[in-house]
Design a protein around this ligand. Structure first.
Ligand SMILES: *Cc1c(COP(=O)(O)O)cnc(C)c1O
Length: 447
C-alpha cells in the first residue's frame, strides 16, 4: 500500500467532460412544474431565469457526458486538480483501521468548491450576451466565487446575502466587494419579496430561501440580467462532477477504491459532485471495465437542525420562500421553514436537489444528521491533526467520517472512506471562537 499522502493529476489528465447522471438513472427525476399551469417547465421557460445552456443542461436526460468548454477548462487549470489527501494523522488520532481520504476543494483562491460552477455559469452568460448576474449567498462562499467569476468575464454582479450570515461572517462581504460585486443583506427593503418578508416578521434572520426570492426578483425585473444559483439545480451538480471524476483517478493512483463516500449536504452540489461519478458504476451495476463493482455506501451529512433528507417529505415544493421558482419534486421541510441560526450557513436550506431526492427515494444513498456541537468537535480534531481549519459546513462531513471510522475500530473493518472537504473555515473564525468559548448549542429542528 502506498505511503504517499497527496495525489495530484497532471493538467492533461483533467476531465474534459462533466458527468450527467440523469442520463443513466432508470427512474428519472420527476419534472419541474410551472406553478401556475402545473405543466412541466421547458428549456424556454427556464432560460428566462438562467443562461440558456444551463437551462438545457438542467433538463438533459439524454447525454451522460457533456463537454466542458475550452475556456472553462482553461480557468479550471488555475486551481485544478485539487489534491486527494490520505488523512494519516486523523486515522492515527482515531486509532481506526479505516483508510481515510479527503478531496481538498478548499484549495482555490475562493476557498470552496463553489468556483467549479461559478465559472461555467458566468461563461455561458457571457457567451449569450448577458451583462448582469444576480444571486443569493448564505455563508458567502457562493457569492464570493460568483463575484470573482463574474469579474473575469466582465459581468456586473449583485448578491443578496442572508442577513444572519452577513453578521456572522463580515469578511465574506468584503471579499465579494473586493471582486466588484454589490452586496445586500436579505431580507431587504429593495425588493417586493423582501418587503413582504420583513413586514410579516421584522426580525427575520434571512435564509437561502429569502435571498433566492430577492435575487430572482431582481433578475426578472432587470434587462439583460440572469440569475445564477450555487446549489440545488441539476446543472450545478453537473458542473461539480469534476470533483468525483478527478477523485476516481486519484483513488486509483492510491491503489484504492472507496467503500464509503461522504459529503456535507446543503442543496446537494458538493455531495453530487463527489458521489455521482462513483455512483454511475452502481447505477449500471457494472464498472466500465466490465467487472461488477463494489457497493459504495453514500452518506450525505446534514445538520440535525435542518434535516430535510431524514425528516423532510418528498413532495413538490418551491425552491425559495416567496414561491418564485418552479415547483421542484424533492425532499423538503417546506419552503417557509426557518432554519436555526447555526454557523454552517451553507447548510441552512429547506430542500434538496431533485436528482439527489430521487436517488435517496430509490435507496442509492442515505442522509445522516449531525448536531452542531459534534460538527465542531470533528472540525477541531481535523484541524489539530491535518492542519486545515475546515468550513463549518465541511465539519459535518468530517463528523460523519469520524462516526464511520469509529465503527470500523469497533468491528475491525479496514474500510476505505472518502469524504469531500468542501471548503476551509478561515473566514469563519467567529464560529470557532463561539465554539471554543462554549457559547454554541445544539438547536433542534422544531421550535
Ligand atoms: C455552499 C457550501 C456547502 C453546501 O452546499 P452544497 O450545494 O450542498 O454543496 C457546503 N460546503 C461549503 C464549503 C459550501 O460553500
Amino acid at each position: 500500500m502506498s505511503k504517499q499522502k497527496r495525489f495530484i493529476l497532471a493538467e492533461d489528465e483533467l476531465p474534459r467532460q462533466w458527468y450527467n447522471i440523469q442520463a443513466d438513472m432508470e427512474n428519472k427525476p420527476m419534472p419541474l412544474l410551472n406553478p401556475a399551469t402545473r405543466e412541466p417547465v421547458s428549456v424556454d421557460d427556464l432560460s428566462h431565469i438562467f443562461a440558456t445552456e444551463c437551462a438545457r443542461q438542467e433538463l438533459d436526460m439524454e447525454h451522460a457526458w457533456i463537454d466542458i468548454p475550452e475556456e472553462v477548462q482553461n480557468r479550471y487549470r488555475f486551481y485544478r486538480s485539487t489534491p486527494l489527501v490520505r488523512a494519516y494523522a486523523l486515522e492515527e488520532a482515531l486509532g481506526t483501521p479505516a483508510h481515510i481520504y479527503f478531496k481538498n476543494e478548499s484549495v482555490n483562491p475562493l476557498g470552496s468548491h463553489k468556483l467549479n460552477s461559478a465559472i461555467p455559469q458566468c461563461f455561458y452568460c457571457h457567451e449569450e450576451g448577458v451583462k448582469n448576474v444576480t444571486t443569493e449567498t448564505g455563508a458567502g462562499q457562493w457569492g464570493a466565487a460568483l463575484s470573482y467569476a463574474a469579474k473575469t468575464f466582465g459581468l456586473e454582479c449583485a448578491v443578496y446575502q442572508v442577513k444572519i450570515s452577513m453578521q456572522q461572517k463580515p469578511y465574506r462581504s468584503s471579499i465579494m466587494r473586493t471582486f466588484g460585486a454589490t452586496v445586500t443583506g436579505s431580507p431587504s427593503m429593495s425588493t417586493r419579496a423582501g418587503k413582504d418578508i420583513i413586514t410579516a416578521d421584522p426580525n427575520h434572520p434571512g435564509s437561502l430561501g429569502t435571498a433566492i426570492s430577492e435575487a430572482l426578483e431582481l433578475a426578472t425585473t432587470t434587462p439583460n440580467c440572469k440569475y445564477t444559483l450555487g446549489s440545488v439545480m441539476s446543472h450545478v451538480s453537473l458542473h461539480q462532477t469534476v470533483i468525483g471524476l478527478e477523485a476516481e483517478k486519484q483513488m486509483a493512483m492510491a491503489g484504492e477504491y472507496p467503500d464509503t463516500v461522504i459529503a456535507c449536504f446543503g442543496g446537494g452540489s458538493n455531495f453530487s459532485g463527489l458521489a455521482f461519478p462513483f455512483m454511475r458504476h452502481q447505477l449500471k451495476g457494472q464498472s466500465d471495465k466490465g467487472q461488477s463493482t463494489k457497493q459504495i455506501d453514500f452518506i450525505a451529512a446534514e445538520p440535525a437542525s435542518c434535516p430535510k433528507l431524514t425528516k423532510g417529505k418528498f413532495e413538490y415544493d418551491f425552491g425559495d420562500s416567496a414561491g418564485y421558482t418552479p415547483l421542484l419534486p424533492m425532499f423538503t421541510l417546506g419552503h417557509d421553514f426557518k432554519p436555526a441560526n447555526i454557523h454552517a450557513g451553507g447548510l441552512r436550506y429547506h430542500g434538496a436537489g431533485v436528482i439527489v431526492s430521487q436517488l435517496l427515494k430509490d435507496g442509492f444513498m442515505r442522509g445522516m444528521d449531525i448536531p452542531q456541537l459534534e460538527s465542531f468537535d470533528a472540525g477541531l480534531l481535523f484541524a489539530r491533526t491535518e492542519g486545515i481549519i475546515p468550513a463549518p459546513e465541511s465539519c459535518h462531513a468530517i463528523a460523519a467520517t469520524i462516526r464511520e471510522a469509529k465503527r470500523c475500530k469497533e468491528t475491525g473493518e479496514e474500510k476505505v472512506i472518502l469524504f469531500n472537504l468542501s471548503g476551509h473555515g478561515l473566514i469563519d473564525m467567529t464560529a470557532y471562537d463561539s465554539f471554543l468559548n462554549g457559547d454554541l448549542v445544539n438547536p433542534g429542528w422544531k421550535e
